[in-house]
Design a binder for this molecule. Structure first.
Ligand SMILES: *Cc1c(COP(=O)(O)O)cnc(C)c1O
Length: 431
């Protein structure tokens, strides 16, 4: 009887809130950015998810990045099944770890040695610990609106999740630690130059998303990334590219190859786990070997290199190395972005769209360009809310926040894209 008045998702969310904080296990899922009740999913295949009420949605969240092949890709599921039958965890070396590491090293120029961890957060946290130990310096530079996970040192002006909740940083981060992290405007050459002029000899590392994905999608300019490389070389600081989101999404060799700017350390996650929890950091052998047990910088993990996760990652990489994979992903993302842009023009909706292969975002703004967090901050949240809920009704699931990137997978074929474009046109017309 209840089902006539409430959707099952609404009912399940009420139940969840009685036991899980805010009803969720990661803040953005709570729909605070758009209002309403989070959708509870029970299945997903290819480009589509099915909710607990049996409604189907075309999915542009893609589990926030990992599902570049689409959901439950048969090869990945099969690899996981086979790995499960062999053993779930050993807490001891298994050959899958070496295999996935070799595959990743073949593809990413900056990696000679690798360490697997369980999340992007762990990867960046370890990368900065390593950078601090190697340089014997404490200060970090990051960029406002870039998100590098939720470790204390990196939770300063940290992008979408905190933006959605309206929290600039986070209580509970010791001020003595937060002071060690300076956050500057993304794509602003003058600010970071000045910071190095003043304290360059105290800066352990710059950490940056080469293509920001956590304040919407904002590619760095070439001059910006090149300058970061030059400053780090000049002052003996380390450059860390956080490619947890962009790694194996924007291309086969990372954003580092697209820009031809190479970091000292790189962090990965999301796609390399094929949908299971993972993170990784890598870099030159002489840097990475400062980590225990070779070196003294401590880092460990009960589930690190879990054989089932490794199998999912290997199966995923086996698909994306196939010829034409990224060309197709680029084409579908570009086609979609162009169609949405035209439709917005037709209905007089102020819109800036950014897109890179597999990833795009819609900024509802009067601005001519969106370059950094300052520009992102004043997007029209009300239009986004209408856009999001309008599409949800039509069976298209966009990120439930105006500050998140949307993701396209290999499973988003022409039929799916055309259905999306028709739905968006109708919603723009209503707005
Ligand atoms: C998702 C993400 C992280 C954090 O990864 P988790 O696995 O959620 O801890 C870090 N950096 C970037 C750029 C990300 O997109």
């Amino acid at each position: 009887m209840i089902s006539r008045m409430f959707s099952r998702s609404e009912f399940l969310f009420e139940e969840a809130k009685k036991i899980l904080v805010g009803g969720v296990n990661s803040p953005v899922r709570a729909f605070k950015g758009v209002g309403g009740t989070p959708i509870f999913f029970k299945r997903a295949h290819g480009a589509e998810c099915v909710d607990e009420d049996g409604r189907t949605y075309i999915d542009y969240v893609g589990a926030w990045g990992p599902m570049v092949l689409g959901h439950t890709h048969p090869r990945v599921v099969e690899a996981i099944r086979e790995a499960c039958a062999e053993g779930l965890a050993y807490g001891a070396p298994s050959v899958h770890e070496t295999q996935l590491a070799q595959k990743i090293r073949e593809l990413l120029p900056s990696i000679e040695r690798l360490r697997f961890v369980n999340s992007g957060t762990e990867a960046t946290m370890t990368a900065i610990r390593l950078a601090r130990a190697i340089t014997k310096r404490d200060r970090l530079i990051k960029f406002t609106g870039c998100y590098h996970g939720h470790s204390d040192s990196l939770l300063v002006s940290a992008g979408s999740g905190v933006l959605t909740c309206g929290i600039p940083s986070s209580p509970g981060v010791p001020s003595s630690l937060a002071e060690m992290t300076q956050s500057f405007e993304f794509n602003d050459l003058a600010q970071v130059k000045e910071a190095f002029r003043q304290r360059g000899n105290e800066i352990a590392a710059i950490i940056v998303e080469p293509i920001a994905g956590n304040m919407g999608c904002i590619p760095a300019t070439e001059e910006f990334l090149s300058l970061l490389r030059v400053l780090c070389d000049q002052y003996g600081s380390l450059l860390i590219f956080d490619e947890v989101m962009t790694g194996f999404r924007v291309g086969l060799h990372g954003a580092e190859a697209l820009y031809n700017v190479h970091p000292d350390l790189i962090t990965l996650g999301k796609i390399i786990g094929g949908g299971l929890p993972i993170g990784a950091l890598g870099g030159a052998a002489k840097l990475m070997q400062e980590l225990a047990p070779h070196g003294l910088v401590y880092q460990a993990g009960t589930q690190s290199g879990n054989p089932v996760v490794m199998a999912a990652g290997l199966a995923t990489l086996a698909e994306i190395v196939k010829p034409g994979f990224y060309e197709a992903l680029q084409k579908s993302t570009t086609d979609l972005a162009n169609a949405l842009s035209e439709s917005a023009k037709r209905w007089g909706i102020p819109l800036v769209i950014h897109h890179v292969p597999g990833m795009f975002s819609l900024f509802f703004t009067q601005r001519a360009a969106v370059q950094n967090y300052q520009d992102v901050k004043d997007v029209d949240k009300e239009i986004y809310r209408k856009f999001f809920h309008g599409l949800l009704k039509k069976g298209v699931y966009f990120p439930p926040s105006p500050f998140e990137s949307a993701f396209v997978s290999a499973a988003h074929d022409d039929k799916i894209l055309n259905k999306t474009i028709r739905a968006v046109c109708e919603v723009f017309k209503e707005i």
